[in-house]
Design a protein around this ligand. Structure first.
Ligand SMILES: [Zn+2]
Ligand SMILES: [Zn+2]
Length: 440
């Protein structure tokens, strides 16, 4: 090697070192950088399958709590939260066996499955049965591997718009709080759950239900709520319009708008998406009624207790499913990697969805044919919640380019849902969003 070439090489190396140092100092480091985290069953951490939205004869469901709990226990669930409308199962309540929703069918099933210890009486020649309380049902059906949780569907409204929130593991009944706008009704009820949680020190989870039920909630209402970071991206009730319509955004579109605005303008935490059943009908499965088994959450937790499950949900250690199971999910601000537990003969498509920094965030109202503004989620550019990549197969990876505000994933299988919320639903899973390198 000649001296001149050696000198050139030394200079080249020095320049390279300087460049690397300069890059290390000058390149913006995302403040929101998130270390990689892998969700996988290992050691104490196990996946628990559960449903967080359930109705019974305590409100407008058509079966007894203990029959419903047994259905879930027999169908591979680890936990179930009862969420009747504005009531907790702890008072004395008698029902007329013939007049109860679904009539004698529920009673006969109850007698067959739990023949002992039922309180019955005759009033004016009519047979009545006392509804077992939550604690009694827990004694009968819960086991170390099957947890029952008391919840409530706080069922409020503004004008005629239904505004429903579930409080899981609630201790005291929360009567609907009301308010002078949709956003205020939402916030008042969230605040009531948060206040009870703080006062009692009992872990509780509040989530917003079925935003498109009677088109009650818009993305703009939901994005601003504070102290609440969960909503139902998939609800099994056949009247909740998960996929929206020509004038109304789908729940997934609502989710992407919320995530984008929370990161860019509102400085609020990410919103997480749940799948739930919202079952009311338990005697004709499968049918077009609102039935159990349609959507659930898989939670990676250390123990099957309300505290451990709620801690895991709040940390985002879960996914929502209507049939697709995942082996593991690795997420960080660098991207997402998903391993699907594949079934023979079934194919899978994973869509990575997100919004990039600098995307057009303008929106305009939706109008009817006369030009009148409709009170629905506004229209945003397709860059909000864009499909960033699509991957076929049981392993899917997305590496961030550098400008993603967030990334989430939807996995759609080729297998039709056996008892869907909407006709034509394919079994799916929803991976929770992670903040990307473009987030502030
Ligand atoms: Zn509801
Ligand atoms: Zn409900």
């Amino acid at each position: 090697m000649t001296p001149s070439r050696n000198a050139a090489r030394t200079f080249g190396l020095a320049a390279l070192v300087v460049a690397v140092l300069a890059a290390a100092v000058l390149l913006p480091r995302p403040a929101s950088r998130i270390e990689a985290r892998t969700l996988v069953a290992a050691g104490d951490m196990q996946w628990y399958r559960g449903n967080l939205h359930t109705h019974s004869l305590w409100s407008d469901g058509d079966d007894f709590l203990e029959n419903i709990a047994l259905w879930y226990r027999d169908h591979g669930y680890d936990f179930l939260c009862f969420t009747d409308h504005n009531v907790l199962a702890r008072t004395q309540r008698w029902v007329d066996v013939e007049k109860a929703k679904s009539g004698r069918k529920a009673y006969e099933r109850l007698k067959a499955q739990f023949p002992d210890g039922l309180d019955e009486r005759t009033v004016d020649d009519r047979l009545e049965v006392r509804l077992r309380t939550f604690d009694e049902v827990r004694q009968l059906v819960a086991r170390p591997d099957f947890l029952l949780v008391q919840g409530e569907e706080i069922s409020d409204k503004f004008d005629k718009l239904p505004i429903h929130l579930n409080a899981s593991n609630v201790r005291e009944l929360i009567p609907p709080r009301g308010g002078d706008s949709v956003a205020e009704v939402l916030q008042n009820n969230v605040d009531a759950v948060v206040a009870q949680r703080e006062r009692t020190k009992q872990p509780m989870l509040v989530h917003v239900n079925h935003p498109n039920f009677r088109w009650g909630l818009t993305a703009e209402d939901l994005m601003r709520v504070r102290g609440e970071n969960f909503f139902e991206v998939y609800n099994g009730h056949p009247e909740v319009h998960n996929t929206g319509d020509a004038e109304h955004a789908s729940t997934e579109r609502i989710w992407d708008i919320i995530l984008t605005k929370r990161i860019t303008e509102l400085d609020l935490p990410l919103m997480y998406g749940l799948a739930t059943d919202d079952g009311h009908s338990y005697h004709r499965i499968p049918s077009r009624d609102s039935e159990p088994g349609r959507g659930w959450v898989m939670v990676l937790a250390a123990e099957l207790t309300p505290a451990s499950l709620i801690e895991a949900l709040e940390a985002g250690r879960f996914y929502a499913s209507s049939g697709v199971a995942l082996e593991q999910v690795t997420s960080s601000s660098a991207g997402l990697e998903i391993q699907i537990r594949s079934e023979p003969g079934v194919t899978y498509k994973t869509e990575f969805i997100g919004t990039r920094k600098g995307a057009n965030l303008d929106s305009e109202p939706v109008r009817d044919k006369d030009g009148k503004e409709l009170p629905v989620t506004r229209r945003y550019s397709p860059d909000v919640g864009a499909v960033l990549a699509t991957v076929e197969g049981s392993n899917a990876k997305y590496e961030c380019r550098g400008d993603e505000l967030y990334v989430r994933a939807r996995i759609t299988s080729s297998k039709p849902h056996p008892n869907p919320s909407e006709i034509g639903d394919l079994e799916s899973a929803w991976v929770q969003p992670v903040r990307g390198p473009g987030a502030k």
